[in-house]
Design a protein. Structure first.
Length: 89
């Protein structure tokens, strides 16, 4: 949890929120390969649109946390499927 909070504030800075560019840089540095592997070149735009509940171009910590939770769930789902394919539990 501390790492997640530190990471958010590291990229948000004193303003206390992430812009689309902040989020892009964060994802490039903290999730290397994620954006490169996206088939949709507008992936960050779509992510920000989903997270920006107030439609003001700002992604707050709560929305950032939702993104990380979604990534975690997707990774776990992939892991479970991958392990079942290998015959392991």
């Amino acid at each position: 949890m501390e790492t997640m909070m530190f990471t958010f504030h590291k990229f948000a800075g004193d303003k206390g929120y992430l812009t689309k560019e902040d989020l892009r840089v964060l994802m490039e540095k903290e999730f290397p390969g994620f954006l490169e592997n996206q088939k949709d070149p507008l992936a960050v735009d779509k992510i920000v649109k989903d997270l920006d509940q107030c439609r003001d171009g700002k992604v707050g910590f709560q929305s950032f946390f939702s993104l990380i939770a979604g990534f975690t769930i997707a990774c776990n789902d992939y892991f479970v499927v991958h392990m079942k394919q290998k015959g392991k539990k």
